[in-house]
Design a protein around this ligand. Structure first.
Ligand code: ADP
Length: 483
């Protein structure tokens, strides 16, 4: 409550007004009311005059500032004071509606959030919508961080004053990466009230756990209500982000499937064409002069046909495995297996190919590597890894090393070939994934996927270490007991 002369001079300043604004009576008495700035003076004068004439002026709704600069929403009610002597005066009553307005703004924002967050099926666009919602109404800046590896966070969407911060190495990022990481790791919100005030809440959706939504504000300190708002925003964003990630995956799967169909039909067709050509050549040769066709020529032709048929059978087997694995029908028939002997057997099969390509295949085997496994499936794993090492090995040496402990055996297949770029490594064991162009190397991107499925079904795991242009090592670790 306060009492003003018609020129805005403060004559009475209640303790409640002091608490609300932070100015004491000493600061304001005898001076123009602090909120009656020149810019607003015309508005106030009209209001005061109306009040002094007993006209019941309408309530003014104002956005003012406290002494410390923080914003304040008030309703200003004014009434004339009967003045028997002296100049006319006005009594003013200010009602602090800051929290009410804030609540309304939060409700509006959440209603808007429900509308805009579902508007896009793209993750980036959804995150952009999310960060723009809170600025400038609730915060000066809003950002989304993703954490790819523990402690490695990156800003993927930002809006507001600090929008450039994460990109500018010289400007410290508020909060720092460690604080964002802590929010993600703990799954709990954090609130820093001291200026510059910030808060962070975890953001999660199925398929992505390491994310956080961060708000900063320089003026009024952020508080628990802002945290609740940010949590609600994050909660509402989650289904939209889930849809976006499902949509992305579905599109990715569709793209991969289309690529696979194109590659698979090419891979199925080319051995058949080669086979038909060979049959045709041999037939013509035999028709022309049966007795004159050299034996070597016949054998070479038949070998070639055999290889094409093998390539075809291999691809068909892989396709059958895909449907088996999908239908959960990958059955294992464990039996006692001497893995060292199996490695030797597989290596012998590759001898002609290795000799033809000038690729030395060396084995390093322990004295003993027995276990209980499905022999045929293990043969398939070895064959896939060794044939890849030959195929992508650029004719360099291929080394197969077997080692064993009491509980496990470990198989390393190392080549000195083309290697694999690091960005391809995370998806290498996925279905249809290839790190090379189809025109350079035959293949459909199923071998490693099948290797992983088989090895995991046996209770083991397969990993790869590789450097582009240097070579790759595929490692399979299997428990001896399970099969
Ligand atoms: P495919 O060889 O039929 O394409 P795979 O599933 O066996 O399918 O392998 C998937 C991809 O992994 C290959 O396309 C190739 O890019 C990469 N790859 C596999 N093994 C090696 C290796 N030893 N060296 C380099 N790249 C490899």
């Amino acid at each position: 409550m306060h009492l003003l002369d018609l020129d805005g001079t403060v004559r009475l300043w209640s303790p409640a007004a002091e608490r609300l604004f932070g100015w004491s009576g000493e600061d304001v008495l005898g001076r123009r009311a602090p909120w009656a700035t020149d810019a607003r003076w015309a508005l106030f004068r009209r209001h005061l005059e109306q009040a002094s004439q007993g006209l019941e002026p309408p309530c003014l709704e104002l956005e003012l500032h406290r002494r410390d600069g923080t914003p304040l929403h008030v309703e200003l009610w004014a009434a004339s004071m009967p003045a028997s002597t002296g100049p006319a005066q006005c009594m003013g009553m200010l009602v602090d509606v800051t929290e009410r307005r804030r609540g309304e703004a939060h409700r509006r924002l959440l209603a808007e959030a429900s509308e805009v967050l579902g508007a896009s099926l793209e993750q980036d666009a959804t995150l952009e919508h999310l960060v723009r919602l809170a600025v400038p109404g609730c915060a000066d800046s809003c950002r989304v961080f993703l954490e790819d590896a523990p402690g490695e966070v990156r800003c993927v969407a930002s809006a507001g004053l600090d929008a450039r911060e994460p990109l500018d190495a010289d400007v410290p990022c508020i909060p720092d990466e460690a604080a964002v990481s802590r929010i993600i790791a703990s799954g709990r919100p954090a609130l820093h009230a001291e200026p510059p005030s910030w808060l962070g809440v975890p953001l999660a959706w199925p398929g992505r756990k390491g994310a956080a939504l961060v708000l900063t504000r320089a003026g009024r300190a952020l508080d628990a209500r802002d945290v609740a708002l940010a949590r609600e925003l994050a909660r509402r964003a989650s289904p939209a982000l889930e849809h976006a990630s499902q949509y992305h995956e579905a599109r990715q799967a569709l793209r991969l499937r289309e690529e696979f169909l194109a590659i698979a039909s090419h891979e199925l067709k080319s051995p058949i064409s080669a086979l038909q050509l060979q049959v045709q050549h041999l037939r013509t040769a035999l028709e022309r002069a049966l007795d004159d066709v050299p034996r070597e020529r016949l054998l070479r032709g038949l070998d070639l046909m055999g290889r094409q048929a093998k390539r075809q059978a291999k691809l068909i087997d892989a396709l059958l495995d895909v449907s088996r694995i999908h239908a959960g029908r990958l059955e294992l028939n464990p039996e006692p297996v001497d893995l060292g002997a199996l490695v030797r057997e597989v290596a012998e099969r590759f001898e002609p190919e290795g000799a033809g390509a000038g690729t030395p295949l060396t084995l390093s085997l322990p004295r003993e590597a027995h276990g209980h496994w499905d022999r045929l499936r293990l043969d398939q794993v070895l064959t896939n890894l060794v044939s890849n090492a030959m195929k992508y090995g650029r004719g360099g040496p291929v080394q197969v090393t077997l080692s064993s402990t009491e509980a496990h055996v470990r198989l390393d297949v190392r080549d000195a070939g083309i290697g694999i770029a690091s960005e391809h490594l995370p998806r290498l064991f996925h279905r249809f994934e290839r790190a090379v162009a189809g025109r350079d190397y035959h293949g459909v991107g199923l071998g490693l996927w099948i290797v992983r499925e088989v090895v995991e079904a046996m209770g083991g795991h397969v990993t790869v270490r590789s450097e582009l242009g240097v070579g790759s090592t595929f490692t399979v670790v299997l428990p001896r007991a399970r099969g």
